[in-house]
Design a protein around this ligand. Structure first.
Ligand code: PLP
Length: 385
């Protein structure tokens, strides 16, 4: 019998239906200049010091004396040490608590193998849809919590076993302050629950009251697994490398056993590239890229606000979450904007029923395209109102 739960997603509001619509639209109107503000991919190439390190890594594989084959199930020790030294210097983690992998998209739900099949799993609505869709596919028990008036996940009264927190948030674009996150950690400790903390947008955090890591809250070591990725911070979206921290207070045995049986390790070349991302010369270049994306999202945030939209996010993340001004569904609005001004936005309903009435805009594209898209929006609203 096939696992039909893989299709247990809201097909009408699925990401795939929006991308299929865009593909069809472009094919039918090849002469139209379509600009995407929906982009989740990066628009900066991998920086030179990382490329050079990877060239050398490729050469390593050409000679048996420097060849790397099977065996690095949890990642290269030098990369795991660099992650601790650079990203978590104050927490005293050891490399046994770091797992290198091939992307947070896989990690965020592969980690569910650590938890009992009957665990009650909680996530936000709206949410990064992969958590929801993969949980359905794995026949896991999924529950949702809405956002409050500050667009923060409401802490439930009931018991849940596993909680997905995405901060900085995709899609909402805001981040949890220390105070808010501390309440979630207290909830998890009180309920004997675990937090899967998706922190892939950590590089974009600049607000002083937003922790860079959940482990800034000391009790988080007992309950939180933090996931990070090289995708957005170092343009590894096609190369693939990520990691997560599984503190020894949670587990030292189960996930190692699981990993040895399940995963043959991340690509050697990608890991060497990830290691090179910590070189001072790489860090400087990568920080410049992040500043450019941040400038872009700030421009978009201000522009939509100026046009009278209610906007959240865009300070500690590359996304803004915009309330649709028209009384139509988020998919109707997406179709309308694509047809009228040839701009792609992401309809909020993709992220869950409470995303209805909103759309997501990304600052990961180029500033030139953002300017052109904003001009089209301005003209559209001047002409139609
Ligand atoms: N988690 C969130 C919240 C994301 O937005 C994304 C990608 O857009 C991912 C995970 C996937 O990251 P990776 O490229 O490391 O698989």
């Amino acid at each position: 019998m096939l696992n039909r739960n893989i299709l247990k997603i809201d097909k009408i509001n699925a990401f795939s239906s929006a991308t299929a619509y865009v593909a069809r639209y472009k094919k039918e109107h090849p002469q139209r200049d379509v600009i995407s503000l929906g982009i989740g991919d990066v628009s900066k190439p991998i920086v030179k010091p990382i490329i050079e390190a990877m060239h050398k890594a490729v050469d390593d594989l050409a000679d048996m004396s420097s060849f790397h084959g099977y065996g690095g199930y949890y990642g290269l020790p030098e990369l795991r040490q660099a992650i601790i030294d650079n990203d978590y210097p104050q927490f005293g983690f050891t490399i046994d608590e770091v797992y290198v992998s091939d992307g947070t998209k896989s990690d965020c739900t592969n980690i569910l193998e650590l938890f009992d099949i009957n665990s009650r799993i909680l996530m936000a609505d709206p949410t990064y849809p992969i958590y929801r869709n993969r949980c359905y596919a794995l026949s896991r028990e999924v529950y949702f919590t809405p956002l409050d008036e500050n667009y923060q996940m409401v802490i439930p009264e009931e018991h849940y076993d596993v909680i997905f927190i995405c901060s900085p948030s995709n899609p909402v674009g805001n981040a949890m302050t220390y105070d808010v996150l501390e309440k979630w950690v207290s909830y998890a400790v009180r309920e004997n629950a675990y937090i899967i903390y998706d922190n892939v947008y950590e590089a974009f955090i600049s607000s002083p009251d937003v922790p860079k890591s959940i482990y800034e809250i000391p009790e988080a070591r007992k309950c939180a697994i933090e996931l990070r990725s090289f995708s957005k911070r170092a343009s590894f979206t096609g190369l693939r490398c990520s990691y997560f921290i599984l503190p020894k207070e949670i587990d030292t045995v189960l996930f190692k056993e699981r990993t040895i049986n399940r995963f043959n390790g991340a690509s050697y070349v990608a890991q060497v590239g990830a290691l090179a991302s910590f070189l001072p010369e790489s860090r400087e270049l990568l920080q410049k890229n992040i500043e450019i994306y941040k400038e872009n999202i700030t421009f978009l945030k201000k522009s939509f606000e100026k046009m009278g939209f209610e906007v959240t996010g865009g300070v500690d993340s590359p996304y803004i979450w915009v309330k649709n001004k028209e009384n139509i569904s988020s998919f109707e609005y997406f179709h309308k904007i694509l047809n009228e001004i040839n701009v792609i936005i992401v309809p909020g309903a993709i992220f869950g029923p409470h995303g209805e009435g909103y759309f997501r805009v990304s600052g990961l594209g180029t500033i030139e395209n953002s300017r052109r898209a904003v001009e089209r929006f301005q003209r559209y609203y001047e002409e139609s109102h």
